[in-house]
Design a protein around this ligand. Structure first.
Ligand SMILES: [Zn+2]
Length: 115
């Protein structure tokens, strides 16, 4: 199911699972999410997907953090947070497949912008 927004709330929060925008799972689990679980979604590798249930994969928010890290690494010539792409992969605990998936999305986006 999709997340249900609480209109009265100042921050965008889902009425059903209680997750905040910026730390959301791909789909709504339909149950209230505990604090520990929300932390793991936010910092680690946990997502809820309609067809798969709870999975050991990156949430949309974590995917964008990794996306951003690769972008920064490829663009900044000096002062890099990471010394190599392998280090980025290691830092987030991404498999080569996951890392390459995000990187190819980034390269596609970059290519689109230039054309
Ligand atoms: Zn929800």
């Amino acid at each position: 199911m999709e997340h249900v927004w609480d209109e009265d709330h100042e921050l965008s929060v889902c009425k059903v699972c209680g997750l905040f925008e910026g730390g959301l799972t791909t789909d709504c689990s339909g149950l209230n999410v505990s604090f520990d679980t929300s932390e793991e979604i936010y910092r680690g590798k946990l997502d809820y997907r309609e067809n798969e249930g709870w999975v050991n994969k990156f949430s949309p928010m974590m995917q964008s953090v990794i996306y951003r890290s690769i972008f920064d690494f490829l663009h900044s010539r000096r002062e890099n947070k990471f010394s190599s792409e392998a280090e980025i992969q290691l830092r987030f605990g991404a498999t080569s497949e996951e890392y390459n998936e995000i990187k190819s999305k980034l390269l596609k986006d970059m290519y689109k912008k230039e054309n």
